[in-house]
Write a protein that binds this ligand. Structure first.
Ligand code: NAP
Length: 325
């Protein structure tokens, strides 16, 4: 019999890749969404698979309706990926950030536990749960020290999940995700902005690329590898917490250089540094130590930094060429 999975955040980068992965594995896939199902603009990442999904519009504040719905679906696996990230990285909109990133998590996990005590539960944590001044690689023993409403809510949700695991013996896990990108990343994020601009410049649709601090570094991986990690975590007999990251640091400059080189152009001719785009308080790069998930679950990345760049640039080239024709 097919396994039943529910994904929150199914319209996002990770949710869409995860839904594809689960469909390939013959799961029945349900997705919780916040906007109307006919809101096409919001569904672009899942439009190719939408007919195979069972989508439900969910009000994150309504415990009763969330509980009823989860009870009706009775999932074998739950992937809680929805998060308020935009304002969350500051204290703007702090109450809403806590409502989405903590209180919604609470409603979800208590409902899943009530509906199926044998279900497996995955929660998407973040490197924002740690201090911005980390010098050592981060592993599962590193102390948390969040500096934003988003980070605090993720840490609190993580402890909630740990408590369900330890108090109720529930198979619940947190995957602490470091930055990951893909052709489906929102264009407001720098790597996607670069891949799209490189494609546009190559096709003669744009002249220059304005960037801020290109020396800025991050631990970047490919979203497809990270959703595979989520699935692996939910296949274990017991829940646990795992760092999910590449363990390698790369700069925006390296991405830019390689992205232009991929289309046979020299980045120096096109990139303009715009001081207005340099963040006053850019966080220092946090580096993951993914040894636990590699050793315990055998997780291996299929994409390195180079193949991530190629995937993103090629995808943007393809989209633009289709539009041109
Ligand atoms: P994403 O592309 O921004 O998708 C976020 C998802 O959450 C979307 O489906 C979005 O729905 C939903 N969402 C946002 N605000 C919501 C709200 N107020 N109520 C209900 N749903 C809401 O993010 P992602 O990259 O897939 O990330 C997935 C998870 O990993 C998130 O929990 C994120 O915090 C975590 N994470 C991601 C990264 C990364 O580099 N991508 C790093 C660390 C942690 P709409 O489509 O309706 O907006």
């Amino acid at each position: 019999m097919s396994k039943i999975a529910i994904i929150t955040g199914i319209t996002g980068q990770d949710g869409s890749y995860l839904a594809e992965l689960l469909l390939k594995k013959k799961y029945i896939v349900h997705g919780f969404i916040r906007k109307k199902i006919n809101n096409k603009k919001n569904l672009w990442r899942i439009h190719k698979i939408i007919k195979k999904l069972k989508l439900h519009k969910v009000d994150i504040s309504n415990l009763n309706s969330i509980s009823k719905l989860i009870k009706k679906i009775k999932p074998n696996e739950f992937y809680h990926l929805a998060a308020q990230a935009y304002d969350g990285h500051s204290f703007n909109n702090e109450f809403y950030t806590f409502d989405v990133n903590l209180n919604f998590t609470h409603k979800i996990i208590s409902s899943v536990f009530k509906a199926n005590k044998k279900a497996k539960f995955f929660f998407a944590g973040s490197s924002e749960m740690y201090s911005k001044d980390m010098v050592k690689k981060i592993d599962e023993t590193t102390n948390f020290n969040p500096k934003s409403a988003y980070g605090i809510a993720k840490v609190a949700s993580h402890f909630l999940i740990k408590n369900y695991r330890e108090t109720f013996n529930f198979n619940a896990s947190t995957g602490i995700l470091f930055n990951h990108e893909s052709p489906r990343k929102d264009e407001n994020f720098v790597l996607r902005k670069i891949s799209k601009s490189v494609a546009k410049i190559k096709l003669g649709l744009q002249k220059n690329l304005l960037l801020g601090n290109i020396k800025s570094k991050r631990d970047w991986g490919h979203a497809k590898d990270y959703v595979h990690a989520m699935w692996l975590i939910n296949q274990q007999k017991k829940g646990s917490d795992y760092i999910i990251g590449s363990g390698q640091m790369n700069s925006v400059e390296t991405f830019v250089k390689k992205a232009f080189k991929h289309v046979k152009l020299d980045y120096k001719k096109y990139v303009i540094i715009d001081k207005k785009l340099i963040r006053k308080k850019d966080s220092k790069a946090r580096l993951a130590n993914p040894t636990k998930i590699q050793k315990k679950l055998g997780w291996r990345r299929k994409y390195n930094f180079n193949s991530l760049i190629v995937d993103m640039v090629e995808n943007d080239l393809e989209i633009l060429k289709k539009r041109k024709n």
